[in-house]
Design a protein around this ligand. Structure first.
Ligand SMILES: [Zn+2]
Length: 514
């Protein structure tokens, strides 16, 4: 006889169904085995289940017990197999009726006292269970998270409550979805005095989802400006919210099922390891770039990041997802983020000719950024040093709220334009426009085209850089409410490339090689 229940193996944010089959046979050598490619945590499940059973006064029968996790070729990792294994055992031992587990899936770790402990990945598991028309049994503490996927899940505090539920003594239910976390207070653009050019470029970046690099001496307000980007962005859509939250769920970052509609803003330090940034490590956990999915990744002191790390961002910046290679397979995570970066002009922080080592210093420092990496940045801006006069300026007339309204309108135009895009694919934003989109929607008028062609040959723009200029021009036209991309839009877009002549000079050969 075999008892069975469904659980899930996580691969990225995909919850793959796993059939937990528990078999018991007579014989004079009692054993308890778990087969089907379990990792160490799964194998240790035996000890936790045994202890949890004895805590509630149950002993495993002295027989040969085999737990098979099918399909056998799918690696099983983590401690969340405890609960499905325990339920299968209860059924095979006759404590639950054999067919009571039908239509259920389960996930959760067991404590030695028989409590159901929190586990990662409840949200994607609940969504997959719903798709398979199964009720998900999860730990009580994760119930509010599971409820986001839909109704009908079961949240249990301990093993006893599960037995009581299936015996019809005390039916379990599921708590309502966790509340939406209030939008965190985002710093306001109003606090930034002067810097009109930087604010304009921030607005363009927010409107079209463009990647942006600020370059300027220390104290010129680069990070202050960057941190104000989230305040200009619209809330996550319902679909984006679920996608971003699934990643947080797998990373174990969803507290009490609280989801947040605010776009993620991640600012890893430049000493962050490759695994921390792009994902990987023991269980191929999502990295910062995935936690920034549908939000903003801020890299301060950009050239201080290792070249290897920066180059690993190139693919995600293009495809919106990252592939983490493991010994025997590849794990994919979504990583559709907007990059905003900041840097000093040279290592010693000088700029405006204040560095005593001369221009070589800046050249060396900036050459740490490869041409192909810089080619993925749409907007470059040199932030000037803040002068004493700037500090005496009155507070800015316009704050984040006003800018956010214009950004919203511009984004609505883009959503309309790219409405045919499939969900989960490219964002309906100009930054993700394809070559076809650009020739259809962003072909400049005659004067604009002439200007662009001239600039492309004068500055030897790579094909990618050429397209990036067009995307930015399209966004500038959108902010103006203009259907046509005109010369003035192209000119402004070009000005944001040319503002980085030193970067261009030292890195351009690589860009052309791309
Ligand atoms: Zn220097």
């Amino acid at each position: 006889m075999v008892a069975r229940i469904t659980t899930f193996a996580f691969e990225g944010i995909a919850a793959n169904p796993v059939d937990v089959q528990v078999h018991m046979a007579g014989g004079n050598q009692p054993a308890f085995m778990i087969v089907g490619l379990p990792d160490k945590a799964v194998a240790e499940s035996r000890e936790r289940v045994r202890a949890a059973f004895s805590a509630i006064g149950l002993a495993l029968p002295p027989k040969r017990i085999t737990v098979n996790l099918a399909p056998a070729d799918l690696p099983k990792e983590g401690s969340h197999y405890d609960v499905p294994i325990a339920l299968g055992l209860l059924a095979i031992m006759g404590i639950l009726s054999p067919d009571s587990l039908d239509g259920h899936a389960a996930i959760g770790e067991l404590s030695l006292e028989g409590r159901l402990e929190a586990t990662v990945g409840v949200l994607p598991a609940a969504m997959q269970a719903l798709e398979m028309d199964l009720r998900l049994i999860c730990p009580q503490v994760c119930g509010a998270e599971a409820a986001w996927a839909g109704d009908g899940n079961l949240a249990a505090p301990n093993l006893i409550s599960l037995i009581n539920h299936f015996c019809g003594r005390a039916p379990l239910s599921c708590p309502p979805p966790g509340e939406l976390a209030p939008r965190p207070h985002a710093p306001d653009l109003k606090d930034v005095k002067g810097q009109d050019g930087a604010k304009r470029i921030l607005e363009i970046a927010a409107a079209g989802g463009h990647n942006l690099l600020f370059c300027g001496p220390p104290g010129s307000g680069k990070s202050m400006l960057a941190k104000r980007l989230p305040g200009l962005l619209p809330d996550l859509s319902a679909r984006e919210l679920l996608e971003a939250s699934q990643i947080q769920s797998v990373a174990g970052l969803l507290e009490r099922g609280k989801l947040s509609r605010a776009r993620p803003f991640r600012a890893p330090h430049h000493s962050a390891s490759m695994a921390a940034l792009v994902g990987g490590g023991m269980r191929a956990r999502p990295g910062e770039i995935s936690l920034a999915h549908h939000g903003v990744l801020f890299l301060d002191e950009l050239p201080e990041f290792s070249g290897q790390v920066l180059d690993s961002l190139r693919q995600p910046l293009e495809d919106g997802e990252v592939t983490i290679s493991r010994a025997n397979r590849h794990v994919k995570y979504p990583a559709r983020f907007q990059l905003i970066a900041a840097m000093n002009p040279c290592r010693c922080g000088g700029g405006d000719g204040s560095c005593r080592k001369g221009p070589r210093c800046a050249e060396q420092y900036q050459s740490r950024l490869s041409g192909p990496f810089l080619d993925r940045i749409d907007l470059f801006y040199d932030t000037p040093a803040v002068t004493a006069i700037d500090l005496t300026l009155p507070p800015a007339a316009e704050g984040s709220a006003e800018v956010a309204t214009r950004v919203k309108t511009a984004r609505e135009q883009q959503a309309h334009r790219y409405a045919s895009r499939s969900p989960g694919g490219p964002r309906p934003l100009n930054v993700d426009a394809t070559g076809d989109d650009l020739s259809k929607f962003a072909a400049p008028d005659e004067a604009g085209q002439r200007l662009l062609t001239d600039a492309a040959s004068t500055f030897s723009l790579s094909a990618r850089a050429y397209h990036r200029v067009l995307k930015v021009a399209r966004t500038i036209a959108d902010l103006e409410g203009s259907d046509a991309v005109r010369r003035i839009h192209v000119a402004e877009a070009l000005s944001y490339r040319r503002r980085a002549p030193q970067i261009g000079a030292s890195a351009r050969p690589g860009a052309l090689a791309q």
